[in-house]
Design a protein around this ligand. Structure first.
Ligand SMILES: Nc1ncnc2c1ncn2[C@@H]1O[C@H](COP(=O)(O)OP(=O)(O)O)[C@@H](O)[C@H]1O
Ligand SMILES: [Mg+2]
Length: 292
């Protein structure tokens, strides 16, 4: 059965009630929809990507239900970052299929995917080091400027209003992530763990529905990891997010994630509940043997 636009059950963080209503009315008009027919927030099917002689992805598949926190794990070079690049639109796939909320996105440009709610952070930080924290975070909200450069050139009054709103939202996001005190600091001068949080605040500014976090706990001290897991849980509820995160810190992944996917040599080795994945002999042999 074809699922209509109205059946997307991503909820807009700004108007959650409206999103729920849309979903309910869609269910009423498309009788066949059952709970199991709800489209997955993210579906990756048999994706292949080659870089010259290197097969970065060679049969990567995963299915993430809406509202879930999914851990994407695997040894270095397994293809985790490449998979994020394929979902967010930075890397084109050679074959396979990627869909969000039941809609195929693998031939859409990155900005169109961002508009559909795909937002991400980068393994090696994508911040402007010389700009302030607040300026970096505000950049995440600029995709929504309606008039764009033309409005800016004409100095339309709406633009100043928009700028003010983006600034207020950025300050709120910084506050929520616990780094409001650094708003005026130059991004490049901050500790790595704090810069990771700045990126997270910026990713939230795009009003994401699907948030991809590439090694977000990098640079955190041992004692900060549990606090960070709590922050991710809070953000999931507060912003009504589906989250996929890459992380090597196994305790963090197993305690935080509802679903875990293991990539190995570009292919999906296993996926399922954290406990099942942790005890899967193939996963232990390929990866967890050392990391557990
Ligand atoms: N732009 C690229 N050009 C060439 N090879 C790449 C590129 N990006 C990734 N690779 C290769 O693809 C494989 C998967 O890399 P990556 O996705 O970064 O793995 P992971 O994030 O799991 O550590 C590695 O062998 C890596 O060297
Ligand atoms: Mg990586």
């Amino acid at each position: 059965m074809r699922v209509t636009t109205a059946a997307i059950n991503f909820k807009d963080a700004t108007t959650p009630d409206r999103a729920v209503r849309i979903h309910t009315s869609a269910q009423a008009t498309t009788e066949q929809i059952s709970a199991s027919a709800t489209p997955q927030a993210l579906s990756v099917q048999d994706v292949h990507v080659r870089f010259g002689g290197v097969a970065a992805l060679a049969g990567a598949s995963l299915a993430v239900q809406t509202g879930v926190i999914c851990g994407l794990i695997g040894p270095n070079g397994a293809g985790k970052t490449t998979l994020f690049n394929c979902v967010s639109g930075l890397t084109a796939i050679d074959s396979g299929r990627i869909a969000i909320a039941g809609y195929r996105i693998d031939d859409l440009p990155a900005h169109a995917r961002a508009r559909l709610g795909v937002s991400r952070t980068f393994q090696n930080l994508g911040l402007y080091q010389e700009m302030s924290v607040l300026e970096n975070v505000m950049l995440g909200g600029h995709a929504e400027i309606g008039g764009g450069l033309l409005a800016a050139a004409l100095r339309l009054p709406g633009l100043a209003r928009h700028e003010r709103r983006v600034r207020e939202r950025a300050l709120m996001a910084l506050d929520e992530i616990g780094i409001a005190a650094f708003a005026d600091a130059i991004a490049g001068t901050l500790p790595y763990g704090t810069m990771k949080r700045v990126e997270l605040a910026r990713a939230l500014m795009a009003r994401p529905k699907l948030l991809l976090l590439d090694e977000p706990a990098g640079g955190l001290a041992h004692g900060e990891i549990e606090e960070f897991a709590e922050l991710v849980r809070t953000l999931r509820h507060r912003y009504v997010l589906t989250i996929v995160l890459v992380e090597h810190h196994m305790k963090f992944v197993m305690a935080l994630c509802d679903h875990v996917v293991v990539l190995h040599l570009g292919a999906t080795l296993a996926q399922g509940r954290p406990d099942d994945v942790r005890h899967d002999p193939r996963v232990i042999a390929a990866y967890l043997g050392a990391a557990r």
